[in-house]
Design a protein around this ligand. Structure first.
Ligand code: DX5
Ligand code: ZN
Length: 216
């Protein structure tokens, strides 16, 4: 299975959002990664439904929506209506994670669970079979452009072990500080999806950087 690349729209140029979306449409990227932040779960507010609606209209690839919000159950149906294909909630933000995932599935979306850098992978032991994608945060969520946390490699290894032991299949997504410098090692350890914001959108030639990641 080839590696999937999900450019993070948080690093796009919001004045020229249509151009950046078009660039991703025409690139070798696989998904759009959409970071929704509430200013409570993380110390930043990004954007919400109206922007997502606008993105959906232009985007020709699946939307991988990463919710950094408390009590995400309140909005699961809204995100389904807005056209999210994968909906990722944070382990740390869900009191009843099983219920949240059931709701995501019943709304026709793939289930994602994100783990903060300090959250051990073994928290997922009893829920892994319900998850389509685990997003390992390789920075503290809230901002783009931060440096990659090296401990992520160990977490990928543990997650691979857990997935194998549970005889299930689930994608491993890495989010935060991904560049051409760490991408091949991430893939070697077992990453399936690479999210990249600054490395793509702040480049002189974003499409080439997407290709560099894709061809690893
Ligand atoms: C961080 C977000 C990331 C972020 C990645 O809270 O979840 O998706 O946009 O941006 P870079 O690749 O610049 O670290
Ligand atoms: Zn994200």
């Amino acid at each position: 299975m080839s590696i999937k690349i999900a450019p993070s729209i948080l690093a796009a140029d919001f004045i020229n959002l249509a151009e950046d979306i078009d660039m991703v449409n025409k690139s070798e990227a696989d998904w759009f990664h959409i970071d929704v932040m509430d200013g409570v779960f993380v110390p930043n507010i990004s954007f919400g439904m109206p922007i997502l609606k606008a993105i959906r209209k232009e985007a020709k690839k699946p939307l991988d929506v990463h919710l950094m919000i408390i009590d995400p159950d309140r909005y699961i149906e809204n995100f389904a209506d807005l056209g999210a294909s994968i909906l990722t909630v944070h382990f740390e933000a869900c009191t009843h994670l099983n219920r949240s995932l059931q709701k995501i599935k019943s709304c026709g979306m793939k289930t994602g669970v994100a783990l903060n850098p300090h959250t051990p992978v073994n928290n997922l032991t009893d829920i892994i079979k319900e998850i389509d994608l685990v997003c390992l945060m390789s920075v503290n969520p809230g901002f783009g452009g931060q440096s990659f946390i090296e401990n992520t490699f160990e977490k990928i290894k543990e997650l691979k072990k857990l997935i194998k032991k549970s005889k299930t299949s689930c994608l491993i997504e890495i989010d935060g500080g991904v560049t051409n410098k760490n991408a091949s090692k991430l893939i070697k350890y077992g990453a399936n999806v690479l999210v990249a914001g600054n490395y793509i959108f702040k480049a002189n030639d974003p499409k080439t950087n997407i290709r560099l990641l894709k061809q690893l």
